[in-house]
Design a protein. Structure first.
Ligand code: 16G
Length: 256
């Protein structure tokens, strides 16, 4: 199989595009056709060069591109592998749900890899977003959210201590803890921007540095308008789709 994918035959030097792109297409096609499966390892660079007759520089360029696109992953010391398959999930934007609820609806198991759970001083944007008084401290929760073991997002939440004074009590769903305290947000404002993942976040999400991500900021409010949650998340761009339902405006504001 590897011999066919890396066979020296079939490279076109007469205008079918650069050789590294032709090799990338071959590998990507083999993954799409199931001839290479998630987790399969690729031969070392020098073997790929020997099999294809291409230079090691060309092989490296092809592999680097496929890593950036998320088709391959490189593990230091152990080689290059076909990336695990992630299912793209569609998430309605108009519903104020929790990660745990979203995944339960899809029949997926969730768990979190905790990065931090502590009481901390707020960043200036957290003071603004949560409307904190001078000197007020916050509960800070940082975790990698996983669905069926696949990391989907990194969430960094800040909550006033009057809402959550013991961050270590949150072991599963934050919204379930807030609900039990009568503090679950009923309204939220969310801002979504595109971002390329930095090295640390990419590593935590198991993708290549520079891969596409979605940065989401959510400020959640109680019915009385009090802000209870300021959460900054970064979602894997290859795993999440946010869908919004649009309705035509009512008569007010339309042309006579
Ligand atoms: C969602 C929210 C996040 C909230 C979390 C609670 C987005 C972008 N973010 O992930 O703001 O803190 O749910 O989830 O939707 P949990 O109750 O499962 O901890």
């Amino acid at each position: 199989m590897i011999e066919t994918i890396f066979s020296p035959d079939g490279f076109d030097t007469t205008g079918a595009g650069p050789l590294y792109l032709q090799l990338q297409r071959r590998i990507a096609d083999a993954v799409a056709a199931g001839r290479l499966s998630p987790g399969d390892s690729l031969p070392p660079e020098r073997d790929m060069a020997a099999l294809t007759g291409l230079s090691r520089v060309t092989i490296r360029k092809a592999v680097e591109g496929l890593v950036t696109q998320g088709h391959l992953v490189q593990k230091r010391g152990s080689g290059t592998f076909v990336a695990p398959r992630v299912e793209r999930m569609e998430q309605a934007l108009s519903l104020l749900t929790s990660f745990t609820e979203d995944m339960a609806r899809r029949g997926k198991a969730v768990d979190s890899l905790w990065l931090s759970r502590r009481i901390d001083g707020p960043a200036p944007e957290e003071v603004m977003g949560l409307g904190l008084r001078a000197g007020e401290r916050i509960a800070r929760l940082e975790r990698v959210r996983r669905s069926d073991g696949v990391p989907l997002a990194i969430e960094r939440a800040a909550l006033p201590l009057s809402v959550l004074d013991a961050p270590e009590e949150v072991t599963g769903s934050l919204y379930a803890v807030l609900q039990a305290r009568g503090m679950r947000p009923v309204r939220a404002v969310q801002r979504i921007t595109a971002a390329n993942l930095g090295e640390r976040d990419a590593d935590l999400l198991g993708v290549a540095p520079g891969a596409a991500g979605l940065k989401i900021e959510r400020i959640g409010y109680l019915a009385n308008g009090r802000a209870v949650e300021f959460t900054r998340s970064i979602y894997r761009g290859d795993a999440y789709d946010f869908a919004v339902e649009l309705k035509i405006a009512d008569n007010e504001g339309t042309m006579p």
